[in-house]
Design a protein around this ligand. Sequence first.
Ligand code: GRF
Length: 325
Amino acid sequence: MKLGILASGGGTNLQSLIDASEAGGGSAEITVVISNNSNSGALKRAAKHGIPALHLSGRTHPDLAKLDRAILHGLLDHGAEFTALAGYMKKLGPETLSRYRNRITNIHPALLPDFGGQGMYGLHVHQAVLAAKRTMSGATVHLVDSAYDEGPVLAQQSVPVKADDTPDSLQGRVLCIEHRIYPQTFQEISDGLIYIGDGTPPLVIRPLRLKTLESGGTFFGAFLENDMVGSAAIEPARDDGDTWYVEKLGVVPRRQSTGIGTILLDHACRGAAYFGAKAVSVRLIDKDTHLKSWYRQRGFEETGTRDFNHLPFTVCFMKRRLCGG
Ligand code: GRF
């Protein structure tokens, strides 16, 4: 995946993305770095790694519309499919926002939606977290819309706040997490583990980082404007490494019949395939002919039924073969 990066400052997040891409196996290739600050560490880091580095600002383009267009062309000319903001202190213009709609990410040093918005940057964020006596903080990767720090969350990871933390010490701990989750987010987008729809607002499906799935499975949440509207879990079958179960596939009542269930099911199948599954299975109540036909229409075939002592109904197993399976 080709990434254009916009950064204003030291560029340590940019560096984490460069390092991931140079380490190989990294999915994101950084094709251009743009900064409003001609002296930024970000531009120096880009130059050091042979990445095209552009200084585009109110100084090079006093007219805001022309600056917007120059940034957009800087990205498009270098083939950027996604634009990642990494400590970019300016707002993006309407043309760039519209051309890269649902394809612009930002990283924020707190657990959004808390401690985001105007004025929440740098040490101000960590000062506010400490003043609010929070015991947890963290980092958030999210999609950018025209509002500050409000777009859909793509990844979030928390860190503890310690009793003797200063804004500086907390910033250091959060920054370590940022450097891990930003490259990981692009890896997961490119591996198909994070889904970003085309709608307004976009449907986002992402792994929920729960510690409870000891089976090695993954729980996915589907979100619209950061409201959870559905879920699906995948986990390997205990007795058959080639088959993974899809469980907990559901959509909240208000959002049913809108196609989210099918998108979630396809996402779960893609996730299982990513982890090496050759087929996915579901377990249903045998008498539930409506649900069985829903799965049949989506490529599943009945493979058998079974009675369990602890269940007052017969269970039907249905299977869908995955590509290559
Ligand atoms: C990071 O804390 C990031 O979360 C925020 O700006 C800071 C940029 O740091 N958006 P760096 O320039 O990547 O070191």
